[in-house]
Design a protein around this ligand. Structure first.
Ligand code: ATP
Length: 236
């Protein structure tokens, strides 16, 4: 049984249909990419999983339907959403933001341990631990957003455009750290990326969305070998 399964998912913003039968399968511990142009429905797919957009169709997590659940219930089941734009709390410090990520946890020792883990994964945050999130660089805010999701101890992480607005070398650092997190934690991931080269460093397989539909789905190796993927997403 896959950890996450979407089948025939549709979603609307008012009268406008944005998802038109999206499917996605994420095995336990797997990482699956969602690629596609601006407006293809990538963010909306993540939002339909985390309960921040109303959707129809099948959305199951660990064999149970989560469609229609409120975002806090979805989070409590073990799904952490790192939204586009990062969603860190600007008036709180780095440490406070990390603690907020752990608000549902009761294991204080575990929380302290995981804060240390986040700071080991993102050493730049260690230097900024007492800074307000609003004072961080874009890359540091992205690291903090991932850190906050780690603090929830999820089984599945939804990552939306973690490279957006970052210098290429910073984006590469962020993806390397997420790759390490994946290897060490076994957290499954759904990775939305415009930058397919980066996505392929992390994911085992991916689907390409076009106007709210799966246009192509395959392993990373299969997709990287396709001319249309190379032309449209890999710059060559
Ligand atoms: P991007 O990389 O630009 O975020 P995306 O593939 O993630 O693209 P979505 O954000 O899911 O695409 O948006 C899909 C479509 O829905 C787009 O046409 C977008 O303009 C529209 N849309 C997104 N959010 C809303 C909203 N809150 N109200 C109305 N339309 C929306």
């Amino acid at each position: 049984m896959p950890l996450l399964e979407l089948e025939g998912v549709t979603a609307f913003y008012g009268p406008i249909q944005v998802l038109d039968g999206v499917s996605l399968t994420v095995p336990e511990g797997g990482a699956v990419g969602i690629l596609g142009a601006n407006g293809a429905g990538k963010t909306t797919t993540l939002r339909s999983i985390s309960g921040t957009v109303r959707a129809r169709g099948k959305i199951t997590f660990d064999g149970k339907s989560i469609r229609g659940l409120r975002p806090d219930k979805v989070a409590a089941m073990g799904i952490a959403h790192v939204p586009e734009g990062r969603g860190t709390l600007g008036d709180l410090t780095v440490r406070e933001n990390l603690r907020v990520g752990a608000y549902l946890r009761k294991d204080r020792k575990g929380v302290t341990h995981d804060i240390d883990y986040c700071l080991d994964l993102f050493p730049q945050l260690q230097d900024r631990i007492r800074s307000n999130a609003s004072a961080l660089s874009g890359g540091e805010q992205q690291m903090l957003a991932v850190g906050r999701a780690i603090m929830a101890k999820p089984r599945l992480m939804l990552l939306d455009e973690a490279s957006l607005g970052l210098a290429p070398s910073t984006a590469k650092d962020v993806y390397e750290a997420i790759g390490r997190l994946r290897r060490e934690s076994g957290i499954a991931m759904v990775v939305v990326e415009q930058n397919a080269n980066l996505a392929f460093t992390l994911v085992d397989s991916a689907t390409v969305l076009e106007t709210g539909r799966n246009a192509l789905t395959g392993t990373s190796a299969e997709l990287k070998g396709m001319d249309e993927i190379r032309r449209a997403y890999l710059g060559g």
